[in-house]
Design a protein around this ligand. Structure first.
Ligand code: 5GP
Length: 153
């Protein structure tokens, strides 16, 4: 699969663009999905004025009976979300399975309203984010995934 590389600058501009859209929604809580959603989630929580940040970690695993890759919650959301306006933040919605699981968890915790914000989405995803910036069918390499080559004298 072809790759596309995003720089910190591109990502930061994208986060500011998401923040502009989210100001109208006025979320009470950001739910960041580990790992890829955490950097945008932390940044958004500061830009939007110290909004409460909660974390969930969802990992893909192969169900022995189904032989299919299914996402599973490995770190659940702490506390409840009763009556809260929630925005779920991830790096990219690819198959959409991760977001399906997280939306379900957020609903179970009593959120009043739920929106999804991602830096990017793939055209085939089952969950089109309410807010996103990039749309690509390529594999995205985010700046926090790269290791610069350090040249020593
Ligand atoms: P899903 O397929 O459930 O929508 O995506 C699961 C997770 O896989 C995403 O949250 C992200 O961390 C990772 N992922 C999916 N597509 C990409 C991609 O193009 N680039 C990177 N870096 N991670 C991806």
């Amino acid at each position: 699969m072809d790759k596309v590389y995003l720089t910190w600058w591109q990502v930061d501009r994208a986060i500011f663009s998401l923040a502009d859209k989210l100001r109208e929604y006025k979320p009470d809580v950001i739910v960041g999905i580990a790992r890829g959603g955490l950097i945008p989630a932390v940044r958004l929580s500061h830009i939007l004025g110290d909004i409460e940040l909660k974390v969930i970690d969802v990992k893909f695993y192969t169900d022995i009976s189904e032989h299919a890759e299914m996402p599973k919650v490995v770190i659940p959301i702490h506390g409840d979300l009763k009556g809260k306006r929630v925005v779920i933040v991830d790096d990219v919605s690819d198959t959409g399975k991760t977001l399906e699981v997280v939306i379900n968890e957020v609903k179970k915790l009593g959120a009043e309203e739920i929106k999804v914000a991602c830096l990017a989405m793939k055209p085939w995803t089952s969950v089109v984010p309410d807010f996103y910036v990039f749309r690509t069918d390529k594999w995205i390499v985010f700046p926090w995934e790269e290791f610069p080559v350090v040249v020593r004298e």
